[in-house]
Design a protein around this ligand. Structure first.
Ligand code: GLC
Ligand code: MG
Length: 717
């Protein structure tokens, strides 16, 4: 098959500090291996002849505490590859766990960007759960294939924390773990291809997911930038970092036992110090060099890192390692390759004793510079050592084993040389970014063949009735319920019809919606989103949007869904007239039926690509994964060029949730149903005191929707 030429790949990586030069690896928990991974991937994909352009979308950060580099809206990585930074949420730097409420805004900014450059990507590639959320939304809207790389997974973390004795509540509160897991499930459901680094990741980690689909999983180990990581002939004393080490070591020329990681409990650095300190021969023959992030004032670090460093300092003192251990406070990203080289030059060993190691990028880098490795017997190191045969696996909890392994390599020169050579060769063969990019593009070609690439994006066409802004409201219990305020609202919209358009978004089907509006004397809306977002109709002649209809049809199998649902207690099919092409609806009795969560789980387990929507503790709707009131609005708005900030939605119950929480303004009317309570966290959602249309009027007033339109400060949420 011939190559698909001129690819435009949009990558998304939301959190941490991302820049192309001098990456601040280890500065905090969010600025780790993933940052480097995405930069390198972008660079090497762009080098491939079939790729025209790679844009890496991330968050723009304006904060005195971090470099102004992160405030630049664009930065070139290499020819054809750029970082594009978009503002969303508060301007300041935030940890990844608190970014969730702002991600819809981010998705919208990315969409605006595509529109501005007048080009849609051929592939979206999302990294980590947060980008998975954004990427799924965009992919579902635009009909573009999504690639997902989890990097690390919420279910794995949750399991580990529970095993360590943390309670469910604490895990949820501290890490927002359920939002993360939900986003991962959605990303797995949406993705055409999932890239993992090791086989173990697939078998032990992704396996925990309801949406585990092994046929979409591709193991493509990360590459190493061989132009940065390679051996060198420079004599030891000429390394710039040599003088920094001289401050610590009596004899810097001794073999160097090197460990580089973040200052994190899980990196298990203390075990290495015990292993070294307790064997006299090791202390005599070799130096220990520990690089654990950068620090100025210990007291200003977060408590986790502070504890780790305090403990290292304690052990140095306890074992009296002065003169044979180096524990530098600072290093630059560019010092790292030199450290590996110095380790190789002194015929030392690189050690990674982390409690778990799914990945092991540092091991590959060390090997690329010629250092043999000793590493935890876990997924990443196992793959690396079985490919390269360049080191020894150890049990990280057994310090005796660590000692033995290091000693074996230091004492047996032949074996050292063999491992060093094997590593140099193996890395070039298995872990170069160039090979990674090649494999990646081959595999995606295969997956793109099976996923639909049709993009319905239409940038031309008239705007929806020349509207500058749009009020879109649910019908039952929102627009309708109180005659007086309804008339007031309709008059207001009618009098300003030169600027404001009017739409409804309802669970009813089109005929029923039209009828009830007539009964209440409501003028025909400009836009009718019906059957819970599965159909869109326009204007007087109720013309249906067939692009939407085709778009959401993806992986929709209503017959088998109905068959599957037939046997559940407390769930009964609604009358045939409520069953639509893209909507299957039931009445539900929550006291005997399985919970919504449980139904979602069953859907995923049985590979139904559906959205499950419950309203008023009474209705249960199934829609295609790409449909909902919220997605219908987003689609319609981008099709007609109406900014999301100029849309106000109003609703009262569960089937309104998605359209209320998107990056538009919204009002929850006073008479709302309990499912919507969690939306109070959302900065763009206003909870009105008044009921029905009165609530909508109150919300319009609150946002000054007919005037300047006040977008609430997200930072105040
Ligand atoms: C409307 C529809 C019904 C749906 C409910 C909740 O009442 O007629 O089919 O289940 O809205 O979305
Ligand atoms: Mg309603």
């Amino acid at each position: 098959m011939s190559d698909i030429p001129n690819l435009y790949i949009a990558m998304i990586s939301v959190h941490g500090l991302i820049r192309s030069e001098n990456i601040e690896l280890g500065r905090d928990a969010d600025t780790g291996g993933q940052i480097k991974y995405v930069i390198e991937l972008a660079k090497f994909l762009a080098e491939h002849h079939t790729v025209d352009r790679v844009d890496l979308f991330t968050r723009q950060i304006v904060d005195k505490k971090v470099s102004t580099d992160y405030a630049q809206s664009e930065e070139s990585i290499a020819p054809g590859a750029s970082i594009i930074r978009k503002p969303f949420g508060p301007k300041r730097y935030l940890r990844k766990e608190v970014l969730w409420p702002y991600l819809d805004h981010f998705a919208n900014e990315i969409l605006k960007h595509f529109r501005a450059i007048r080009r849609m990507p051929d592939i979206l590639h999302a990294h980590y759960a947060d980008a998975g959320y954004v990427g799924s939304k965009l992919a579902q809207l635009l009909g573009i294939p999504l690639i997902f790389t989890g990097h690390s997974l919420g279910r794995v973390k949750r399991k580990r924390l529970l095993e360590q004795g943390m309670t469910e509540e604490a895990v949820a509160a501290r890490y927002n773990i359920y939002e993360r897991i939900e986003a991962e499930e959605t990303a797995l459901a949406t993705a055409s291809m999932v890239v993992t680094s090791t086989h173990q990741e697939v078998e032990e980690q992704y396996q925990l997911y309801e949406q585990y689909q092994p046929e979409t999983m591709e193991v493509i180990p990360p590459g190493t930038d061989l132009s940065r990581f390679n051996p060198s002939r420079i004599p030891l004393p000429r390394y710039p970092y040599y003088s920094s080490l001289k401050r610590f070591l009596n004899d810097p020329n001794k073999p160097m036992i090197l460990a580089i990681s973040r200052a994190d409990e899980r990196k298990n650095i203390a075990a290495l110090i015990h292993a070294y300190a307790e064997r006299k021969t090791l202390r005599e023959r070799a130096n220990l060099v520990i690089v654990a992030g950068n620090r100025d004032d210990l007291m200003q670090l977060n408590s986790g890192a502070r504890e780790v460093i305090r403990n290292i300092l304690y052990l140095i003192d306890k074992y009296d390692l002065y003169g044979s251990i180096a524990f530098p406070k600072h290093h630059a990203a560019d010092d790292v390759p030199n450290m590996y080289r110095m380790c190789a030059k002194t015929q030392g060993v690189f050690v990674n004793p982390a409690l778990t190691e799914p990945f092991g990028l540092t091991l590959i880098e060390a090997a690329a510079c010629g250092a043999p490795i000793v590493a935890t017997n876990d997924g990443g190191p196992r793959d690396i050592i079985s490919n390269c045969r360049n080191g020894i696996l150890i049990d990280p909890l057994n310090t005796g084993e660590i000692t033995e392994a290091i000693e074996t390599l230091l004492l047996h020169r032949d074996q050292w040389r063999q491992f060093s050579q094997n590593g140099l060769k193996g890395v070039r063969r298995y872990y170069s970014w160039m090979n990674h990019a090649k494999t990646y593009l081959q595999r995606i070609k295969r997956h793109m063949k099976t996923s639909r690439r049709k993009s319905f994006y239409i940038s031309s066409g008239k705007r929806l009735l020349k509207a500058d802004r749009l009020v879109i409201t649910d019908i039952d219990n929102t627009l309708l319920g109180d005659m007086e305020s309804l008339h007031e609202l309709m008059d207001l919209i009618h009098n300003r019809s030169n600027i404001v358009g009017f739409g409804i978004a309802t669970g009813r089907h089109i005929e029923s919606a039209v009828n009830v509006l007539q009964e209440w004397d409501v003028p025909r809306p400009d836009l009718l989103i019906t059957s819970v977002g599965s159909e869109i109709h326009y204007g007087d002649d109720l013309k249906q949007d067939m692009d939407w209809d085709r778009h959401i049809d993806y992986k929709w199998e209503p017959e088998s869904l109905r068959e599957f649902m037939a046997s559940f207690p407390g769930i009964e099919l609604q009358p045939e007239e409520n069953q639509r092409k893209h909507k299957v609806s039931y009445y539900i009795d929550p006291s005997i039926a399985p919970s919504r969560r449980e139904i979602v789980r069953l859907m995923r387990e049985n590979r139904f690509h559906v959205k499950v929507i419950q309203s008023h503790q009474q209705y249960l709707d199934f829609l295609p994964l790409r449909a909902s009131k919220g997605l219908a609005i987003w689609y319609m708005a981008s099709k007609w060029g109406i900014p999301m900030e100029h849309i106000l939605t109003a609703g009262d119950s569960g089937n309104d949730e998605e359209m209320l929480k998107g990056y538009n303004l919204s009002v929850v009317v006073g008479n709302y149903s309990a499912e919507l309570e969690p939306l109070r966290k959302n900065p763009t959602v206003y909870f009105a005191k008044a009921s029905y249309a009165g609530g909508i009027l109150e919300g319009m007033n609150y946002f000054d929707f007919m005037g300047e339109i006040k977008m609430p400060e997200e930072g105040n949420a």
